[in-house]
Design a binder for this molecule. Structure first.
Ligand code: DQA
Length: 147
């Protein structure tokens, strides 16, 4: 039977959401985003394991562990989107549906944010929708898992 669990991964500095550059990232905290993700996932009888880390290796360990007991991954790799081949490779190796979320529209920002290594591995990418992007990602993945 398919696991009824999503892995929610948030990368560096996202622990500071709510107070970090609110003009760019809004005033919603990570705890509020995680709570909303759990709520939306529960509508599809999905549990959530939420991980946030400022360390690349910890994010990779969390992604690898999804192999055991998760059906899909929602990830905001934050700044590692633009630098980390290792995170993209970890996502590739677990072979689960992946939704990539960015609160801000990375394409409308500095040039170095326009490219994400993770996007090549992601099944869907949402950028610029704020916290609602996480909700869209969960709904998309719930549909993918059901199919
Ligand atoms: C981000 C965009 C990244 O460029 C940035 O480094 C982040 C957050 C976003 O959610 O908009 O930390 O992923």
């Amino acid at each position: 039977m398919t696991a009824r669990r999503l892995l929610l991964v948030n990368g560096p500095n996202l622990n500071l959401l709510g107070t970090r550059q609110p003009e760019v990232y809004g005033s919603t905290t990570l705890a509020q985003i995680e709570a909303r993700v759990r709520e939306v996932a529960a509508e599809s009888s999905l549990e959530v394991r939420a991980v946030q880390s400022n360390h690349e290796g910890e994010l990779i360990d969390a992604i690898q562990s999804a192999r055991e007991d998760c059906a899909a991954i929602v990830i905001n790799p934050a700044a590692y989107s633009h630098t980390s081949v290792a995170i993209a490779d970890a996502l590739r190796s677990v072979d689960l549906p992946v939704a990539e979320v960015h609160l801000s529209n990375i394409h409308a920002r500095e040039e170095f944010r326009h490219h994400s290594y993770v996007s090549a591995v992601a099944d869907m990418v949402v950028a610029g929708a704020g916290p609602f992007g996480y909700e869209m990602a969960v709904r998309y993945l719930a549909g993918r898992i059901a199919r």
